[in-house]
Design a protein around this ligand. Structure first.
Ligand code: PFF
Length: 451
C-alpha cells in the first residue's frame, strides 16, 4: 500500500508509544550485555555509575531525541533538517541524522548475529539440551562460534523476523508486535526473577550488584558505564527520534520518557539479579565476557528443578527483547527511504534487511575463519561494537545535546516540551552544560585509549 508523502502514522495512544520505546530500549543490551559488562567492570561500581548516567545524561537526551522527532515530523535525517530549518540553524545538523541512521544499521549487523545465538539456544532448550559441567557448556558455545554456517542460518532467520514486522508498517507491524511481545516479556521476567530468588543465590547477586566498593571505580569503568547507558536506552542512533516522530502532539514528552527510562532500567536490573543469582548458585564466575549468559545459564538450567521449562522461557524472553529492539534499528532508514526516495515500505524494508544481512555474514565469519583479520586489534564484531557504542553513539548524543541546548534557541524547545518551569530549566541546563561536558570527557578518554 503506498502512502502519500504527507501522510504520517501516529501511535494509537501514549501507552503504545511508551511500549514501543521500552521495546526498543530493552534488548540484548539489558539481558546479554549488561551482565557481562557488570561482571567484567567491577560489578556494583559499574551498576551505580550506569544508574547515575541513565538519570543525569540518558533521560535528558531521551527527551531531547523524542522532542526533535516530534517537532521535525520525519525520519531522523529529515527531522534534524526540518528543525534546523525552522530555527535557522545550519543544515549541517542533518549529518547527525545520518550518523544515527547508519549507526543503527551497523549495530543491527552484529545484533542480529547475537540474536541468532539466542535462537540457537532456544532451539536447543526446546529439544531438551542439557550440559553437566562448566567445561561442556563452554565447549558447546565455542562449537557454535566455530560454525559460521550455523550462525548464518540463525542470523538469516532473525533478520527475516525483524524485517517482516517493519515491512507491515508502523501500526500494523511495529506497534502490534510490541503489544504482543512486551507484556509477555514482563511476565516472563517476573517469573524468572522469582525463580532465581528461590532456586538461585539472590543475596550474592544483590551483594555483587549493589554493594558499592569505591576502589573498583576506575575511568575505564565510568567509560563503559556511560557507553552502556547510551546503548541500553537506544540513544543517538535515530531509533528514538524515528519513534518520536509518530508521537501525537498531546502526549507529554517528559512523563513518557520517565516511564521508558524507569521501566528499561528496572528490566535490566531484574534480569541482572536473576542471571547473577543463577550464576552464583552454580559457583561460576560472572566475568566471562560475551558468552556469559550462554555458558553459565544452560548449566544452571540443566541442574536445577524446573530448569528445562525456565530455559525455554528465558530464551523466549531474550528473543522478544532482541526482536523489538532490532525492529527499531531498521525503522529509521526505512522511514528515510519511504519519505525521501518515495520507495514503498515493503521493498524498502526488505532491501535494507538484505544489506544488513550481508554485513552480518562477515560478523559470523569474524568469530572463526576471519578471526585473524583485525582493525586496530579488533575483529569485525568487536570493531563494529566499539565503533557504534563508544564512538558514534556518544558523538551523536553530544551533537543532539548541543543542537537542543545551543542551536535551536529556547522558545521552540520550550514550546514543544511543555514542561513545568522548574523542570524545564533543570532539563535545559543539563543539555547545555552537563551532558556535553560529561560526554566530551568520556570521549576524550576513549581517544586517549583508556578502556
Ligand atoms: N537498546 C537496545 C538494547 O539495549 O539492546 C539496543 C539498541 C536499540 C541500541 C536501538 C540503539 C538503538 F537505536
Amino acid at each position: 500500500m503506498s502512502q502519500p508523502a504527507s501522510f504520517r502514522s501516529t501511535w494509537t495512544n501514549r501507552w503504545a508509544f511508551i511500549l514501543v520505546t521500552i521495546g526498543s530500549a530493552v534488548g540484548l543490551g539489558n539481558i546479554w550485555k549488561f551482565p557481562y559488562m557488570a561482571g567484567s567492570q567491577g560489578g556494583s561500581a559499574f551498576v551505580l555509575v550506569y544508574l547515575v548516567c541513565v538519570l543525569l545524561i540518558g533521560l535528558p537526551l531521551l527527551m531531547a531525541e523524542i522532542m526533535i522527532g516530534r517537532r521535525g515530523r520525519g525520519n531522523p535525517v529529515s527531522a534534524m533538517l526540518n528543525v534546523a530549518g525552522e530555527t535557522r540553524s545550519s543544515s549541517w545538523w542533518g549529518l547527525v541524522g545520518w550518523v544515527g541512521v547508519v549507526g543503527a544499521l551497523l549495530i543491527l549487523s552484529f545484533y542480529s548475529v547475537v540474536a541468532g545465538w539466542i535462537l540457537d539456544y532456544l532451539f536447543k532448550a526446546l529439544t531438551g539440551f542439557r550440559v553437566e559441567t562448566a567445561a561442556a557448556a563452554g565447549a558447546s558455545f565455542k562449537a557454535l562460534l566455530g560454525n559460521p554456517g550455523q550462525m548464518m542460518v540463525w542470523h538469516s532467520l532473525f533478520m527475516i523476523l525483524t524485517v517482516g514486522v517493519v515491512a507491515r508498517g508502523v501500526i500494523a507491524g511495529i506497534e502490534k508486535a510490541n503489544r504482543v511481545m512486551m507484556p509477555a516479556l514482563f511476565l516472563i521476567l517476573v517469573l524468572l526473577t522469582l525463580w532465581g530468588g528461590v532456586a538461585g543465590d539472590m543475596p550474592a547477586a544483590w551483594h555483587f550488584m549493589f554493594e558499592f566498593k569505591p576502589a573498583d571505580l576506575t575511568p575505564g569503568v565510568v567509560l563503559a558505564a556511560v557507553g552502556h547507558a547510551f546503548f541500553s536506552l537506544s540513544l543517538g542512533m535515530g531509533a528514538i527520534m524515528a519513534y518520536g516522530s509518530y508521537l501525537d502532539q498531546d502526549s507529554s514528552i517528559g512523563a513518557t520518557s520517565l516511564w521508558v527510562a524507569l521501566a528499561g532500567t528496572l528490566v535490566g536490573l531484574l534480569a541482572g539479579l536473576a542471571i547473577f543469582s543463577l550464576t552464583f548458585a552454580q559457583g561460576l564466575e560472572p566475568a566471562s565476557g560475551p558468552g556469559l549468559i550462554l555458558q553459565t545459564l544452560p548449566l544452571a538450567f540443566s541442574s536445577m528443578p524446573g530448569g528445562q521449562i525456565f530455559a525455554v522461557f528465558f530464551f523466549i524472553l531474550i528473543l522478544f527483547a532482541a526482536w523489538t529492539s532490532a525492529i527499531s534499528l531498521v525503522e529509521p532508514f526505512v522511514a528515510w527511504l519511504t519519505e525521501c526516495l518515495g520507495i514503498r515500505r515493503g521493498p524498502a524494508a526488505w532491501g535494507t534487511g538484505l544489506a544488513v544481512w550481508f554485513l552480518g555474514l562477515g560478523v559470523c565469519l569474524s568469530f572463526n575463519n576471519w578471526s585473524a583479520y583485525t582493525l586496530f586489534g579488533l575483529n569485525l564484531f568487536e570493531f563494529l561494537d566499539f565503533l557504534t557504542s563508544r564512538i558514534m553513539m556518544p558523538l551523536s548524543g553530544l551533537a543532539i545535546a548541543l543542537f537542543v541546548g545551543w542551536a535551536m534557541g529556547r522558545d521552540p524547545v520550550r514550546d514543544e516540551m511543555r514542561l513545568p518551569d522548574g523542570a524545564f530549566s533543570a532539563w535545559y541546563r543539563v543539555l547545555r552544560y552537563l551532558a556535553p561536558l560529561g560526554i566530551l570527557l568520556v570521549f576524550l578518554h576513549v581517544l586517549g585509549g583508556i578502556s
